[in-house]
Design a protein around this ligand. Structure first.
Ligand SMILES: NC(=O)C1=CN([C@@H]2O[C@H](COP(=O)(O)OP(=O)(O)OC[C@H]3O[C@@H](n4cnc5c(N)ncnc54)[C@H](O)[C@@H]3O)[C@@H](O)[C@H]2O)C=CC1
Ligand SMILES: O=C(CO)COP(=O)(O)O
Length: 334
């Protein structure tokens, strides 16, 4: 298949590599001419994946029309909060029947829309034409061609299966589902839980505290997803618990790292200055909370992360707030 990957960042580059290794003709679009030139001529992305040999067939361009010309699949790999503007500027050159594939793990501020919803709306296509890739996929590990699995979701099962086949390599194994809502809620909420978990790590807390956050994070992620129509089983899969564990545990995670900075006492501005890449949980947490409040769903971890990130609450007080909540049955809502 001829595929465009829109975005030359950490995950866009690694997923483009997967698609090219799987035998597709892949062209990337990026904003930075020098970086695009390096990808095309030296087969390396020196900014995001130094030292990784990209497939020699992989090209990159700053011209969206050149990347998107004649494609059957357009992969969207920009930050969640810029997707609307980015995709809006590409619709003129987007081939009509192309399937849109979102790699993004966020919820849009203001509208509280999931990325597949934003993509369908902006491109003016049916939801059946939009798919999502989400799972425990730390980009650097995949760029190193270490084994990984993922979930590919599309309301059209034939499209989900086709995309899974097109993304299969010796090191990358996709499973498919039609549960787009669950797949996207899993990917977005895990970033917020990883921020909280990072704060616990930064404060020097050990595995018990982290396992409690992961488990209760899974509970609130599932509550929100199910309220929005997702299957609870999705949260026991790669896009749910799988990604939650990978992101909370790995020092490669930007969200966990951001939380760690806050837990060590850095201010929000200092932590932001330390991050060179997209950290979706910081921007999406408030939108996720709004989504939950509208559904009448309690998300105590998300609520506290919003307080820390947007209202300057001390992370120590955040953890204290969890410990002093009223006691309840484990399966109880909230
Ligand atoms: N890095 C990872 O391990 C993974 C990331 N993701 C998700 O993939 C999405 C993209 O993340 P990454 O590639 O990791 O981010 P990144 O920060 O590495 O790269 C973002 C890319 O978007 C570009 N960009 C930034 N602002 C832009 C704007 N205003 N307009 C157009 N392009 C802009 C950057 O130049 C860069 O090419 C995020 O939603 C993230 O949650 C999902 C799975 C794994
Ligand atoms: O989504 C990811 C792994 O699956 C990457 O997480 P971070 O954005 O926190 O690095």
């Amino acid at each position: 298949m001829r595929i465009a990957v829109m975005g030359t960042g950490s995950w866009g580059t690694a997923y483009a590599m997967v698609l090219a290794d799987a035998g597709n003709e892949v062209v990337m679009w990026g904003r930075d001419a020098e970086l695009c030139e390096a990808i095309t001529s030296t087969h390396e992305n020196p900014r995001y994946h130094p030292g990784i040999a990209l497939p020699t067939s992989l090209r990159a361009t700053t011209n969206p029309g050149e990347a998107l010309g004649g494609v059957t699949v357009a992969v969207l790999a920009v930050p969640a909060q810029t997707l609307r503007a980015n995709l809006g500027s590409w619709t003129d050159v987007l081939p009509r029947g192309a399937v849109l594939v979102s790699l993004m793990k966020g919820v849009e501020q203001g509208t509280t829309k999931r990325m597949s919803e934003v993509a369908a709306e902006v491109a003016g296509v049916d939801a059946m034409q939009v798919a999502v890739v989400s799972g425990p996929n730390l980009a650097r590990e995949i760029a190193e061609r270490q084994p990984a699995a993922t979930t590919i979701a599309c309301p059209n099962p034939a499209t989900a299966e086709l995309l899974a086949e097109a993304s299969t390599t010796a090191y990358f194994r996709p499973y498919w589902t039609t549960d787009v809502v669950g797949t996207e809620i899993g990917g977005s909420v895990k970033n917020v839980v990883a921020l909280a978990n990072g704060m616990a790590v930064g404060m020097g807390y050990g595995e018990n505290a982290q396992s409690a956050l992961i488990t209760r994070g899974l509970a609130e992620m599932t509550r929100l997803g199910v309220a929005l129509g997702a299957s609870p089983l999705t949260f026991l899969g790669l896009a749910g618990i799988g990604d939650l564990v990978a992101t909370c545990q790995s020092p490669l995670s930007r969200n966990r790292t951001f939380g760690e900075h806050l837990g060590r006492g850095l201010t929000l501005d200092q932590a932001t200055a330390e991050m060179k890449q997209t950290c979706e949980g910081v921007k999406s947490c408030r939108a996720i909370l709004e989504l939950a409040q509208r559904q009448g769903v309690e998300m105590p971890i998300t609520e506290q992360v919003v307080e820390v990130v947007h209202a300057g609450l001390d992370p120590r007080e955040m953890l204290q707030a969890f410990m002093s909540r009223s006691l309840k049955a484990e399966a109880e809502v909230g």
